[in-house]
Design a protein around this ligand. Structure first.
Ligand SMILES: Nc1ncnc2c1ncn2[C@@H]1O[C@H](COP(=O)(O)OP(=O)(O)OP(=O)(O)O)[C@@H](O)[C@H]1O
Length: 264
């Protein structure tokens, strides 16, 4: 599971990565004496769905949190469209087009969908020296995001508490989309959902890809990975064990990579 091994097993790494949107190079993250990530090298391609998987403690959240500005790497480089970036905060990642939908959706149940989508980010209107929320724009923009990306009949004026688990996940995704990101990171987007709700969320993820977004999914579900992802990166004890096209790896091989760091 060295970085050399990653290059051997990712067949497409032989090709020049002309369509890379994020390139992670030799990233290390220490928490005191704990090595959470070690020499992580990974390319995210523009407009792909890349899954990140790994056993508990493998380093998925740490890598995700580095990409979205929560953690700073101890060493190594993150390149965004070829430019080295160092995010001091999630706001800086956001300003560079990276949004994250966390597992804890942090929705406010007794507020309506549009208010949840634009909380902290409301369209405003100026009355003389005073800035106030432009509610007409808030609802029309929410409707636009729902129609364009979610393609579901979700009423922007309905309170969130009246929505199903799948729809609530969609509202959280819509909140990320309100910042018009290029890259959306989804943390276990279907882990607590029923089969129907999972399909709903997976349809939305495909819509996002069709609409040009690049998507990184942190997931424990191998079914979901084969259903959705173009490629999968497996973390094992803080290192990338392998990056593979999902049509060139089996479930058993992914399970083995997660547990032992090797295909078999
Ligand atoms: N803030 C922190 N302080 C100290 N150690 C941490 C911190 N965050 C993560 N770690 C450690 O870093 C390692 C990687 O953790 P991380 O949460 O990234 O793994 P993970 O793959 O997301 O695991 P899980 O699937 O259980 O969420 C673990 O050993 C974890 O205990």
């Amino acid at each position: 599971m060295s970085s050399e091994r990653t290059n051997i097993t990712d067949t497409n790494d032989q090709l020049p990565e002309t369509n890379s949107i994020i390139s992670i190079e030799h990233v290390e993250k220490l928490f005191g004496r704990i090595v959470a990530l070690e020499d992580v090298n990974l390319t995210v391609r523009e407009n792909e769905i890349l899954a990140l998987i790994g056993d508990n403690g493998a380093g998925k959240s740490t890598l995700m949190n580095i990409l979205c500005g929560v953690h700073k790497p101890t060493a190594g480089t993150i390149n965004l469209r070829g430019e080295s970036v160092e995010f001091e905060s999630p706001e800086e990642a956001r300003n560079r087009g990276i949004e994250t939908v966390y597992q804890d959706l942090a929705l406010m149940d007794d507020l309506d969908v549009a208010t949840n989508i634009f909380m902290g980010n409301f369209p405003s209107r100026k009355f003389g020296p005073v800035n106030s929320i432009n509610w007409d724009k808030t609802y029309s923009r929410a409707k636009n995001i729902i129609e364009t990306h979610l393609k579901r009949d979700i009423n922007p004026r309905a309170e969130v508490e009246f929505h199903s688990g799948g729809e609530r996940q969609l509202v959280a995704i819509a909140r990320a989309l309100a910042f018009d990101p290029d890259i959306v990171i989804l943390d276990e987007p279907t882990s607590a959902l029923s089969v129907d709700a999972t399909e709903l969320v997976q349809d939305t993820v495909r819509n996002l890809q069709e609409n040009g977004k690049t998507i990184i999914i942190v997931s424990h579900s191998l079914d979901e990975i084969f259903e959705l992802a173009d490629r999968v990166g497996v973390l094992y004890q803080g290192r990338i064990a392998e990056v593979a096209d999902t049509d060139s790896v089996t479930k058993d091989e992914l399970s083995s990579l997660m547990v032992t760091g090797q295909r078999s």
